[in-house]
Ligand binder design. Structure first.
Ligand code: BGC
Length: 455
Protein backbone atom coordinates (compact mmCIF):
# COMPACT_ATOMS: atom_id res chain seq x y z
CA UNK A 1 0.00 0.00 0.00
CA UNK A 2 1.41 3.39 -0.92
CA UNK A 3 0.24 6.23 1.30
CA UNK A 4 -2.30 7.34 -1.30
CA UNK A 5 -3.71 3.94 -2.25
CA UNK A 6 -6.79 2.30 -0.74
CA UNK A 7 -6.09 -0.18 2.07
CA UNK A 8 -6.17 -3.89 1.24
CA UNK A 9 -9.42 -5.66 2.04
CA UNK A 10 -7.32 -8.04 4.18
CA UNK A 11 -7.23 -5.23 6.75
CA UNK A 12 -11.00 -5.27 7.28
CA UNK A 13 -11.58 -6.46 10.83
CA UNK A 14 -8.02 -5.77 12.02
CA UNK A 15 -7.92 -3.94 15.39
CA UNK A 16 -5.82 -0.78 15.57
CA UNK A 17 -3.73 0.49 18.44
CA UNK A 18 -0.89 2.85 19.38
CA UNK A 19 1.62 2.44 22.19
CA UNK A 20 3.69 4.28 24.77
CA UNK A 21 5.58 3.22 27.91
CA UNK A 22 5.60 4.82 31.34
CA UNK A 23 9.20 5.96 31.70
CA UNK A 24 9.23 7.28 28.16
CA UNK A 25 6.26 9.62 28.62
CA UNK A 26 5.29 10.15 32.25
CA UNK A 27 7.79 12.32 34.11
CA UNK A 28 6.92 12.98 37.79
CA UNK A 29 8.92 9.88 38.64
CA UNK A 30 8.80 10.19 42.38
CA UNK A 31 5.24 11.55 42.59
CA UNK A 32 2.76 9.56 44.66
CA UNK A 33 5.58 7.69 46.41
CA UNK A 34 7.05 6.15 43.24
CA UNK A 35 10.17 4.08 43.99
CA UNK A 36 13.59 3.91 42.39
CA UNK A 37 14.05 1.73 39.32
CA UNK A 38 17.07 0.39 37.43
CA UNK A 39 16.62 3.28 34.99
CA UNK A 40 17.21 5.81 37.78
CA UNK A 41 20.42 3.92 38.51
CA UNK A 42 21.41 3.68 34.83
CA UNK A 43 20.75 7.39 34.28
CA UNK A 44 23.28 8.18 36.99
CA UNK A 45 26.09 6.46 35.04
CA UNK A 46 28.14 9.15 33.26
CA UNK A 47 27.79 8.87 29.48
CA UNK A 48 25.06 6.21 29.60
CA UNK A 49 22.46 8.47 27.92
CA UNK A 50 23.47 9.83 24.52
CA UNK A 51 22.32 13.42 25.07
CA UNK A 52 22.87 13.41 28.84
CA UNK A 53 19.12 13.92 29.36
CA UNK A 54 16.84 12.45 32.00
CA UNK A 55 13.29 11.16 31.57
CA UNK A 56 11.98 14.32 33.31
CA UNK A 57 9.54 15.63 32.34
CA UNK A 58 9.39 13.63 29.08
CA UNK A 59 5.81 14.21 27.85
CA UNK A 60 4.59 15.07 31.36
CA UNK A 61 1.92 12.40 30.87
CA UNK A 62 1.58 11.53 34.55
CA UNK A 63 0.05 14.99 34.99
CA UNK A 64 -1.79 15.07 31.65
CA UNK A 65 -3.44 11.67 31.15
CA UNK A 66 -6.56 13.32 29.67
CA UNK A 67 -4.50 14.78 26.84
CA UNK A 68 -3.17 11.37 25.84
CA UNK A 69 -6.59 9.71 26.12
CA UNK A 70 -8.03 12.44 23.86
CA UNK A 71 -5.30 11.84 21.26
CA UNK A 72 -5.91 8.07 21.36
CA UNK A 73 -9.64 8.61 20.93
CA UNK A 74 -9.07 11.16 18.15
CA UNK A 75 -7.35 8.47 16.10
CA UNK A 76 -10.31 6.15 16.56
CA UNK A 77 -8.10 3.50 18.18
CA UNK A 78 -9.64 0.23 19.28
CA UNK A 79 -7.02 -0.10 22.01
CA UNK A 80 -4.25 1.93 23.62
CA UNK A 81 -1.10 0.19 24.84
CA UNK A 82 0.56 1.86 27.86
CA UNK A 83 2.67 0.53 30.70
CA UNK A 84 2.39 0.45 34.47
CA UNK A 85 5.77 0.68 36.22
CA UNK A 86 6.45 -1.91 38.89
CA UNK A 87 8.46 0.59 41.00
CA UNK A 88 5.48 2.92 41.30
CA UNK A 89 3.19 0.11 42.44
CA UNK A 90 5.70 -1.61 44.73
CA UNK A 91 8.36 1.03 45.48
CA UNK A 92 10.46 -1.54 47.36
CA UNK A 93 9.60 -4.39 45.00
CA UNK A 94 7.53 -6.18 47.65
CA UNK A 95 4.56 -5.72 49.92
CA UNK A 96 1.16 -4.13 49.50
CA UNK A 97 0.46 -1.92 46.49
CA UNK A 98 1.01 1.84 46.60
CA UNK A 99 -2.51 3.15 46.68
CA UNK A 100 -1.84 6.57 45.10
CA UNK A 101 -0.14 5.00 42.08
CA UNK A 102 -2.91 2.46 41.65
CA UNK A 103 -5.46 5.29 41.84
CA UNK A 104 -3.60 7.03 39.03
CA UNK A 105 -3.71 4.02 36.69
CA UNK A 106 -7.32 3.41 37.63
CA UNK A 107 -8.01 6.94 36.37
CA UNK A 108 -6.05 6.33 33.16
CA UNK A 109 -8.21 3.25 32.54
CA UNK A 110 -11.42 5.20 33.13
CA UNK A 111 -10.32 8.06 30.89
CA UNK A 112 -9.79 5.58 28.05
CA UNK A 113 -12.99 3.65 28.64
CA UNK A 114 -14.99 6.88 28.78
CA UNK A 115 -13.72 7.66 25.29
CA UNK A 116 -14.41 4.21 23.86
CA UNK A 117 -10.77 3.04 23.80
CA UNK A 118 -9.92 -0.35 25.34
CA UNK A 119 -7.01 -0.11 27.81
CA UNK A 120 -4.25 -2.65 27.08
CA UNK A 121 -1.58 -2.25 29.76
CA UNK A 122 1.89 -3.79 29.91
CA UNK A 123 3.09 -4.74 33.39
CA UNK A 124 6.82 -4.59 32.67
CA UNK A 125 8.26 -2.24 30.12
CA UNK A 126 11.84 -2.52 31.40
CA UNK A 127 11.42 -0.73 34.74
CA UNK A 128 12.62 -3.13 37.41
CA UNK A 129 12.52 -1.75 40.97
CA UNK A 130 16.11 -1.18 42.11
CA UNK A 131 15.32 -3.18 45.24
CA UNK A 132 14.54 -6.27 43.12
CA UNK A 133 17.63 -5.77 40.98
CA UNK A 134 19.74 -5.58 44.14
CA UNK A 135 18.63 -9.12 44.90
CA UNK A 136 19.61 -10.41 41.46
CA UNK A 137 16.91 -8.99 39.18
CA UNK A 138 16.17 -11.33 36.28
CA UNK A 139 19.23 -13.42 37.17
CA UNK A 140 17.29 -14.66 40.18
CA UNK A 141 14.49 -17.21 39.87
CA UNK A 142 12.72 -15.61 42.81
CA UNK A 143 12.04 -12.51 40.70
CA UNK A 144 9.51 -14.56 38.73
CA UNK A 145 7.49 -15.15 41.91
CA UNK A 146 7.75 -11.49 42.92
CA UNK A 147 6.53 -10.43 39.50
CA UNK A 148 3.53 -12.74 39.91
CA UNK A 149 2.71 -11.00 43.21
CA UNK A 150 2.96 -7.57 41.59
CA UNK A 151 0.66 -8.68 38.75
CA UNK A 152 -1.90 -9.86 41.28
CA UNK A 153 -1.86 -6.46 43.04
CA UNK A 154 -2.49 -4.60 39.78
CA UNK A 155 -5.18 -7.04 38.65
CA UNK A 156 -6.93 -6.80 42.01
CA UNK A 157 -7.32 -3.06 41.46
CA UNK A 158 -7.90 -2.83 37.69
CA UNK A 159 -9.23 -6.29 36.78
CA UNK A 160 -12.85 -5.16 37.05
CA UNK A 161 -12.28 -2.93 33.99
CA UNK A 162 -9.17 -4.28 32.26
CA UNK A 163 -9.54 -7.60 30.48
CA UNK A 164 -6.51 -7.56 28.13
CA UNK A 165 -2.95 -7.59 29.40
CA UNK A 166 0.62 -7.74 28.21
CA UNK A 167 2.94 -9.02 30.92
CA UNK A 168 6.47 -8.29 29.62
CA UNK A 169 7.80 -6.08 26.87
CA UNK A 170 10.60 -7.57 24.78
CA UNK A 171 12.38 -9.95 27.14
CA UNK A 172 15.02 -10.42 24.40
CA UNK A 173 16.09 -6.78 24.72
CA UNK A 174 16.35 -7.11 28.50
CA UNK A 175 18.53 -10.21 28.15
CA UNK A 176 20.67 -9.08 25.21
CA UNK A 177 20.93 -5.33 25.74
CA UNK A 178 20.34 -5.10 29.48
CA UNK A 179 22.30 -8.06 30.85
CA UNK A 180 24.59 -9.26 28.02
CA UNK A 181 26.07 -6.07 26.53
CA UNK A 182 24.88 -3.29 28.84
CA UNK A 183 23.33 -0.93 26.28
CA UNK A 184 20.14 -0.69 28.38
CA UNK A 185 19.56 -0.85 32.15
CA UNK A 186 20.72 -2.57 34.28
CA UNK A 187 23.83 -2.14 32.13
CA UNK A 188 25.43 -5.51 32.84
CA UNK A 189 27.97 -7.04 30.46
CA UNK A 190 27.66 -10.72 31.21
CA UNK A 191 27.63 -11.94 27.57
CA UNK A 192 26.35 -15.55 27.64
CA UNK A 193 26.15 -15.31 31.44
CA UNK A 194 22.95 -13.33 30.77
CA UNK A 195 21.07 -16.36 29.41
CA UNK A 196 19.31 -17.34 32.69
CA UNK A 197 17.45 -14.01 32.50
CA UNK A 198 15.60 -15.32 29.43
CA UNK A 199 14.12 -18.24 31.34
CA UNK A 200 13.34 -16.25 34.48
CA UNK A 201 11.45 -13.65 32.45
CA UNK A 202 9.38 -16.27 30.65
CA UNK A 203 8.64 -17.93 33.98
CA UNK A 204 7.66 -14.53 35.44
CA UNK A 205 5.30 -14.06 32.51
CA UNK A 206 3.69 -17.44 33.25
CA UNK A 207 3.28 -16.60 36.95
CA UNK A 208 1.76 -13.20 36.09
CA UNK A 209 -0.54 -14.74 33.48
CA UNK A 210 -1.91 -17.15 36.10
CA UNK A 211 -2.50 -14.27 38.54
CA UNK A 212 -4.23 -12.15 35.88
CA UNK A 213 -6.48 -15.03 34.85
CA UNK A 214 -7.48 -15.65 38.43
CA UNK A 215 -8.68 -12.01 38.44
CA UNK A 216 -10.82 -12.52 35.36
CA UNK A 217 -8.46 -11.56 32.50
CA UNK A 218 -9.88 -12.42 29.08
CA UNK A 219 -6.61 -12.33 27.13
CA UNK A 220 -3.01 -12.41 28.34
CA UNK A 221 0.22 -12.44 26.35
CA UNK A 222 3.68 -11.00 26.26
CA UNK A 223 5.29 -9.11 23.46
CA UNK A 224 8.51 -10.37 21.89
CA UNK A 225 10.77 -8.31 19.67
CA UNK A 226 11.41 -10.17 16.41
CA UNK A 227 13.87 -9.43 13.66
CA UNK A 228 14.36 -11.11 10.29
CA UNK A 229 17.97 -12.26 10.15
CA UNK A 230 19.85 -12.01 6.85
CA UNK A 231 23.34 -13.49 6.33
CA UNK A 232 25.64 -10.88 4.76
CA UNK A 233 27.06 -13.36 2.24
CA UNK A 234 25.67 -16.64 1.01
CA UNK A 235 28.45 -18.59 2.72
CA UNK A 236 28.34 -21.36 5.32
CA UNK A 237 30.10 -19.11 7.84
CA UNK A 238 27.66 -16.21 7.51
CA UNK A 239 24.63 -18.52 7.41
CA UNK A 240 25.84 -20.20 10.63
CA UNK A 241 26.38 -16.81 12.30
CA UNK A 242 22.87 -15.72 11.20
CA UNK A 243 21.46 -18.94 12.69
CA UNK A 244 23.06 -18.23 16.08
CA UNK A 245 21.71 -14.68 16.08
CA UNK A 246 18.22 -15.87 15.06
CA UNK A 247 18.29 -18.33 17.96
CA UNK A 248 19.35 -15.74 20.54
CA UNK A 249 17.09 -12.89 19.40
CA UNK A 250 13.99 -14.74 18.22
CA UNK A 251 13.75 -18.49 18.87
CA UNK A 252 14.97 -18.49 22.48
CA UNK A 253 11.89 -16.44 23.38
CA UNK A 254 9.27 -17.69 20.89
CA UNK A 255 9.75 -21.48 21.01
CA UNK A 256 9.10 -22.07 24.72
CA UNK A 257 5.84 -20.12 24.39
CA UNK A 258 4.75 -21.64 21.10
CA UNK A 259 6.24 -25.18 21.31
CA UNK A 260 6.98 -25.73 25.00
CA UNK A 261 10.72 -26.28 24.44
CA UNK A 262 13.92 -24.26 24.14
CA UNK A 263 16.15 -24.43 21.09
CA UNK A 264 19.28 -26.52 21.60
CA UNK A 265 21.77 -24.15 23.26
CA UNK A 266 24.23 -26.87 24.18
CA UNK A 267 24.72 -27.76 20.50
CA UNK A 268 26.23 -24.28 20.17
CA UNK A 269 28.47 -24.79 23.18
CA UNK A 270 26.27 -22.52 25.34
CA UNK A 271 25.36 -23.29 28.97
CA UNK A 272 21.95 -24.93 29.64
CA UNK A 273 19.15 -22.79 31.05
CA UNK A 274 18.07 -23.19 34.70
CA UNK A 275 14.79 -24.96 33.85
CA UNK A 276 13.01 -26.77 36.71
CA UNK A 277 10.34 -29.43 36.34
CA UNK A 278 7.00 -27.96 35.33
CA UNK A 279 8.45 -24.66 34.08
CA UNK A 280 8.06 -25.37 30.38
CA UNK A 281 4.51 -26.63 30.78
CA UNK A 282 3.62 -23.41 32.65
CA UNK A 283 5.23 -21.24 29.96
CA UNK A 284 3.75 -23.16 27.03
CA UNK A 285 0.18 -22.86 28.29
CA UNK A 286 0.48 -19.20 29.19
CA UNK A 287 -0.56 -17.11 26.18
CA UNK A 288 -3.90 -16.29 24.56
CA UNK A 289 -2.20 -14.36 21.76
CA UNK A 290 1.34 -13.95 20.46
CA UNK A 291 2.59 -10.36 20.75
CA UNK A 292 5.28 -9.36 18.29
CA UNK A 293 7.16 -6.07 17.90
CA UNK A 294 8.92 -5.48 14.60
CA UNK A 295 11.16 -2.65 13.49
CA UNK A 296 13.86 -3.87 11.10
CA UNK A 297 15.74 -6.85 9.69
CA UNK A 298 19.27 -7.58 10.95
CA UNK A 299 22.18 -8.48 8.71
CA UNK A 300 24.79 -10.69 10.28
CA UNK A 301 28.30 -11.85 9.30
CA UNK A 302 30.61 -14.40 10.90
CA UNK A 303 32.67 -12.68 13.61
CA UNK A 304 36.24 -11.83 12.92
CA UNK A 305 37.27 -12.55 16.53
CA UNK A 306 36.12 -12.20 20.13
CA UNK A 307 33.75 -14.22 22.29
CA UNK A 308 30.58 -13.65 20.19
CA UNK A 309 30.32 -15.68 16.97
CA UNK A 310 28.54 -13.00 14.90
CA UNK A 311 28.89 -9.37 13.88
CA UNK A 312 25.84 -7.18 13.16
CA UNK A 313 26.56 -5.19 10.00
CA UNK A 314 24.69 -2.64 7.83
CA UNK A 315 22.14 -4.11 5.41
CA UNK A 316 23.46 -3.43 1.91
CA UNK A 317 21.23 -1.16 -0.17
CA UNK A 318 18.55 -0.58 2.46
CA UNK A 319 17.34 2.94 3.37
CA UNK A 320 17.64 3.71 7.08
CA UNK A 321 15.71 5.48 9.87
CA UNK A 322 17.01 8.19 12.21
CA UNK A 323 19.15 5.54 13.92
CA UNK A 324 21.24 5.14 10.75
CA UNK A 325 22.56 1.78 9.51
CA UNK A 326 21.46 0.04 12.73
CA UNK A 327 17.82 0.32 11.58
CA UNK A 328 17.43 -0.62 7.90
CA UNK A 329 13.95 -0.25 6.36
CA UNK A 330 12.66 -3.40 4.60
CA UNK A 331 8.91 -3.80 5.16
CA UNK A 332 8.71 -7.03 3.12
CA UNK A 333 10.75 -8.74 5.84
CA UNK A 334 7.82 -8.32 8.26
CA UNK A 335 5.67 -10.33 5.84
CA UNK A 336 8.41 -12.96 5.45
CA UNK A 337 8.82 -13.20 9.22
CA UNK A 338 5.09 -13.62 9.89
CA UNK A 339 4.70 -16.30 7.24
CA UNK A 340 7.81 -18.12 8.49
CA UNK A 341 6.50 -17.98 12.08
CA UNK A 342 3.21 -19.55 10.99
CA UNK A 343 5.05 -22.21 8.94
CA UNK A 344 7.24 -23.12 11.92
CA UNK A 345 4.27 -23.10 14.33
CA UNK A 346 1.12 -24.28 12.54
CA UNK A 347 -0.87 -23.87 15.79
CA UNK A 348 0.11 -20.20 16.04
CA UNK A 349 -2.40 -18.34 18.27
CA UNK A 350 -3.77 -14.94 17.18
CA UNK A 351 -0.88 -12.55 16.53
CA UNK A 352 -0.83 -8.97 17.80
CA UNK A 353 1.74 -6.59 16.35
CA UNK A 354 2.53 -4.80 19.62
CA UNK A 355 4.85 -2.14 18.14
CA UNK A 356 5.97 -0.95 14.72
CA UNK A 357 7.26 2.49 13.84
CA UNK A 358 10.29 4.61 13.10
CA UNK A 359 12.20 7.73 14.15
CA UNK A 360 13.36 10.28 11.61
CA UNK A 361 15.26 13.54 12.08
CA UNK A 362 12.59 16.17 12.74
CA UNK A 363 12.58 19.77 13.98
CA UNK A 364 12.27 20.33 17.73
CA UNK A 365 9.51 22.82 17.17
CA UNK A 366 7.24 23.33 14.20
CA UNK A 367 3.70 24.35 13.50
CA UNK A 368 3.10 21.06 11.75
CA UNK A 369 5.45 18.16 10.94
CA UNK A 370 4.92 16.70 7.46
CA UNK A 371 6.47 13.33 8.31
CA UNK A 372 6.20 11.67 4.92
CA UNK A 373 9.07 9.27 5.75
CA UNK A 374 7.11 7.93 8.72
CA UNK A 375 3.92 7.60 6.68
CA UNK A 376 5.81 5.63 4.01
CA UNK A 377 7.40 3.40 6.67
CA UNK A 378 4.06 2.67 8.35
CA UNK A 379 2.18 2.19 5.08
CA UNK A 380 4.83 -0.29 3.90
CA UNK A 381 4.59 -2.32 7.09
CA UNK A 382 0.78 -2.27 7.16
CA UNK A 383 0.87 -3.63 3.59
CA UNK A 384 3.25 -6.36 4.72
CA UNK A 385 0.74 -7.28 7.46
CA UNK A 386 -2.07 -7.38 4.87
CA UNK A 387 0.00 -9.74 2.70
CA UNK A 388 0.67 -12.00 5.66
CA UNK A 389 -3.05 -12.07 6.49
CA UNK A 390 -3.80 -12.97 2.86
CA UNK A 391 -1.28 -15.81 3.21
CA UNK A 392 -3.24 -17.12 6.21
CA UNK A 393 -1.29 -15.70 9.20
CA UNK A 394 -3.77 -14.94 12.01
CA UNK A 395 -2.81 -11.29 12.67
CA UNK A 396 -5.62 -9.58 14.62
CA UNK A 397 -4.16 -6.26 15.75
CA UNK A 398 -1.58 -3.70 14.64
CA UNK A 399 0.03 -1.12 16.94
CA UNK A 400 2.03 1.97 16.02
CA UNK A 401 5.04 2.90 18.13
CA UNK A 402 4.47 5.56 19.24
CA UNK A 403 1.46 7.75 19.94
CA UNK A 404 3.83 10.50 21.16
CA UNK A 405 7.40 11.66 20.62
CA UNK A 406 9.09 10.53 23.82
CA UNK A 407 12.27 9.71 25.74
CA UNK A 408 14.06 6.99 23.82
CA UNK A 409 16.01 5.16 26.58
CA UNK A 410 19.79 5.43 26.13
CA UNK A 411 19.18 7.69 23.11
CA UNK A 412 17.43 10.30 25.26
CA UNK A 413 15.48 12.86 23.26
CA UNK A 414 17.48 12.35 20.05
CA UNK A 415 14.90 10.10 18.32
CA UNK A 416 11.31 11.13 17.63
CA UNK A 417 8.91 8.24 16.93
CA UNK A 418 5.55 9.95 17.51
CA UNK A 419 2.41 10.37 15.48
CA UNK A 420 2.19 13.47 17.67
CA UNK A 421 4.98 16.02 18.10
CA UNK A 422 5.70 16.87 21.73
CA UNK A 423 7.42 20.05 22.87
CA UNK A 424 9.40 18.66 25.80
CA UNK A 425 9.65 22.09 27.43
CA UNK A 426 5.96 22.99 27.43
CA UNK A 427 4.34 19.58 27.00
CA UNK A 428 2.37 20.91 24.03
CA UNK A 429 1.16 18.13 21.71
CA UNK A 430 0.74 18.74 17.97
CA UNK A 431 -0.46 15.94 15.69
CA UNK A 432 1.81 15.30 12.70
CA UNK A 433 0.69 14.40 9.17
CA UNK A 434 1.14 10.71 10.14
CA UNK A 435 -1.55 11.12 12.84
CA UNK A 436 -4.08 12.17 10.20
CA UNK A 437 -2.91 9.39 7.88
CA UNK A 438 -3.37 6.73 10.61
CA UNK A 439 -6.78 8.13 11.64
CA UNK A 440 -7.95 7.94 8.01
CA UNK A 441 -6.57 4.42 7.56
CA UNK A 442 -8.45 3.25 10.66
CA UNK A 443 -11.67 4.85 9.43
CA UNK A 444 -11.31 3.30 5.96
CA UNK A 445 -10.59 -0.16 7.30
CA UNK A 446 -13.63 0.11 9.60
CA UNK A 447 -15.81 1.15 6.69
CA UNK A 448 -14.54 -1.93 4.81
CA UNK A 449 -15.33 -4.18 7.80
CA UNK A 450 -18.87 -2.82 7.87
CA UNK A 451 -19.39 -3.44 4.17
CA UNK A 452 -17.82 -6.94 4.44
CA UNK A 453 -20.14 -7.70 7.37
CA UNK A 454 -23.16 -6.48 5.37
CA UNK A 455 -22.36 -8.39 2.16
C1 BGC B 1 10.67 -0.61 22.82
C2 BGC B 1 10.26 0.84 22.92
C3 BGC B 1 11.24 1.69 22.15
C4 BGC B 1 11.14 1.28 20.69
C5 BGC B 1 12.02 2.09 19.76
C6 BGC B 1 11.04 -1.03 21.43
O1 BGC B 1 12.07 -1.96 21.48
O2 BGC B 1 9.67 -1.45 23.34
O3 BGC B 1 10.21 1.19 24.27
O4 BGC B 1 11.03 3.04 22.30
O5 BGC B 1 11.56 -0.05 20.59
O6 BGC B 1 13.36 1.91 20.07
Amino acid sequence: MTPASAPSSALAGLRWSAATSALQIEGSRSADGGGRSIWDDYLAVPGAIRDGSTAEPACDSYRRPEDDAELAAGLGLDRYRFSIPWARVQPDGAGVGNRAALDHYSRVVDLLLDRGVTPFPTLFHWEMPSAVEAEGGWLSRDTAERFGDYAAIVAERLGDRVAHWYTLNEPAMTTLQGYAVGALAPGKQLLFGALPTAHHQLLAHARAAAALRSHGAAAVGLVNNHTWVLPLHDTDEDRRAAGVYDLLHNRLFSEPLLDGSYPDLEALGLPPLPVAEGDLAAIHGSIDFYGLNFYNPTTVAAATGGPIPFDIVPTPGAPVTGFGPEWPIMPSTLRDLLIDLRDRHPQLPPVIIGENGASFPEPDRAARIEDTDRIAYLAGHVSAVAEAIEAGVPVEEYTVWSLLDNWEWADGYTQRFGLVHVDFETGERTPKASYDWYRDLIAESRAMSTSVARS
